[in-house]
Design a protein around this ligand. Structure first.
Ligand SMILES: [Fe+2]
Length: 558
């Protein structure tokens, strides 16, 4: 059985994956190929890459699975919300809903686009409920026989959060909290109020939060401790002019983008993050109570809140936790592709996901061709791990391009920028020379899995950098460049089995320094997608202050 999973909502993060006989072969977000960050267009390039990897023709597909249902329920729910005044009825809101409905309907939810580009196929076109796709993307890759599954995102068709029970390869729907009572919306609206991009810059708010102090009262906007948490969308909604007028009326004027961050902004960020953590915890407790399961799976964009995830993992309420690493909508494709297995009372295959190296790789011939095209001088090494470790010890900032590209928002040792975490100035150096990003956003550590407990207080199994842990007080001065202001870090625990080359690089660095940790950030510039091809890597390398590029067995130095 061969199935393509697609995320295409026209909103953000289009993606595709291909699954053969229940095994996930390949997955990629459209943005990596198109180079348009959060690309919302139809994922033609991603689908083509999936087919090429599987050496399959469109005509051979059994199922084409979209991670969204047809637009009818979406539109009807919006109308109902306007009519019952659960959502402010404005000209802009109504226009947006109607326009979205007509556009999606016109394209047959994406099916027409698929056949127009890839030709006729005998495949069944399926439209999977968005939250079911998210729930499958968590449960079916967790390896847990039985689990409480919580989905939290901006919105599905009519869902904002949902609770499921996974058991024996099937998912039972337990509860839906309808849009607009949405945690994702709450966080996104405050992200915009603080002068960042709504629905893509939530990281910035999360990074800023530890700099604030308690004291800002958000009771008018959210009751996070309720079951389920209550969000006051009437105050949070966008005004006709696109401003956050409801928040501004109570908390003062919104921050002008790129203007200075003051203490008020920091304190608001603190309160928003704290409310989000409490609300996520309330939902998780509710899910555990309703399902009777203490193994927990999370998905949906809100589940990218690594700080909240760390608290949930350490709370004692849950036994084991699996958070889909591509928790946002790109990952909905992974769940959608497995939906056909639920037909006729069937079960989804449930295999524990231990890595996300699901994208394309490029051999040395492809790398050399790119380097020659640009007439770039290079040397070669028969041991990239050792060569890179030696450079890192000398304080060099490295571009590291190896193996199959990661799927999801994180670079995990395939398309990474690496540096020495022992240097207290390294955070600023990487920021100023390479990433050009906000001073308050922390960098994350990659730690050998075997050594994690030496550096972290709660050495959680954390292969995906999706939950935070506290750095041991005695180690905070050892790895200052990857320790956040509140003593936390967002670790990747690196296993030898899943990425032997990257594991060996950290090991070689450790043998030379006694520190088995690297600073790891994604290989991209501010506002750009993570590099995909060797050409992207070369361009990014020469557009930044990186010192050395280690790409396959090639070394390029400036
Ligand atoms: Fe979603």
């Amino acid at each position: 059985m061969l199935a393509i999973g697609i995320n295409y909502s026209q909103m953000h993060d289009s993606s595709a994956c291909i699954v053969r006989d229940g095994e996930l072969l390949f997955a990629i977000a459209e943005e990596r190929i198109s180079r348009v960050k959060h690309d919302a267009g139809f994922p033609y390039n991603a689908i083509r890459a999936c087919l090429e990897f599987a050496k399959a023709k469109p005509a051979e597909l059994d199922d084409v699975c979209f991670g969204w249902q047809p637009p009818g329920p979406f539109f009807l729910h919006d109308l109902k919300c306007f009519a019952t005044r659960r959502m402010p009825l404005s000209y802009l809101n109504l226009l947006n809903s109607t326009r979205y409905f007509l556009s999606v309907r016109h394209q047959g939810g994406g099916a027409k686009r698929f056949t127009q580009r890839f030709g006729p196929t005998r495949a069944r076109m399926r439209f999977v409920d968005h939250h079911l796709a998210h729930a499958l993307s968590a449960y079916a890759y967790s390896g847990f026989e039985e689990a409480a599954v919580v989905v939290m995102d901006g919105r599905g068709a009519w869902e904002a959060s949902s609770i499921w029970r996974g058991r024996g390869g099937r998912l039972e729907h337990i509860l839906t909290i309808p849009w607009p009572n949405s945690l994702g919306l709450f966080y996104a609206e405050f992200t915009r109020y603080l002068g960042f991009q709504k629905y893509s810059d939530e990281w910035k708010l999360m990074g800023l939060a530890p700099y604030g102090r308690p004291g800002v009262n958000l009771r008018e906007f959210i009751h996070p401790e309720e079951s389920p948490p209550w969000v006051n969308v009437r105050l949070l909604g966008e005004s006709a002019s696109g401003s956050s007028s409801g928040i501004a009326a109570l908390l003062g004027p919104e921050r002008v983008p790129e203007s200075e961050i003051n203490d008020r902004h920091k304190d608001i960020a603190y309160a928003v993050q704290e409310a989000c953590e409490t609300a996520m915890m309330s939902l998780v407790r509710q899910a555990i109570k309703m399902t009777g399961c203490r193994d927990l799976c999370l998905a949906g964009g809100v589940a990218l809140n690594s700080k909240a995830n760390g608290k949930i993992a350490a709370s004692g309420f849950v036994e084991r936790i699996f958070i889909q690493p591509a928790a946002a909508d790109d990952g909905a494709a992974l769940g959608a592709a497995l939906a056909p297995y639920l037909d006729d009372n069937g079960c989804v295959p449930n295999r524990a996901m231990r890595h996300v190296y699901l994208g394309p790789s490029f051999d040395d011939a492809a790398v050399e061709s790119a380097l020659k095209t640009y007439k770039i001088r290079y040397t070669r090494t028969d041991d990239p791990a050792k060569a890179a470790a030696e450079l890192l010890v000398r304080g060099k900032i490295l571009g590291w391009f190896q193996g199959r590209m990661e799927f999801g928002p994180r670079a995990l040792g395939s398309r990474s920028i690496l540096a020495d975490p022992r240097d207290p100035e390294m955070n600023a150096k990487v920021n100023q020379a390479v990433k050009f990003r906000e001073w308050w956003r922390p960098f994350a550590p990659s730690i050998l899995a075997e050594k994690a407990c030496e550096y972290l207080e709660s050495a959680a199994d954390s292969p995906f950098m999706i939950l935070t842990a506290h750095v041991r007080p005695e180690k905070r001065g050892v790895i200052p460049a990857v320790t956040h202001v509140d003593g936390s870090a967002r670790p990747q625990t690196v296993e030898k089995e899943t990425n032997p080359l990257y594991w060996r690089l950290i090991d070689e660095f450790g043998k030379r320094t006694g520190v088995y940790v690297l600073l790891n950030t994604s290989f991209n510039l501010r506002g750009e997608a993570i590099v995909h091809t060797p050409t992207d890597a070369v361009r990014t390398f020469f557009s930044s202050g990186m010192d050395v590029l280690v790409i396959g067995t090639f070394l390029v130095e400036k």
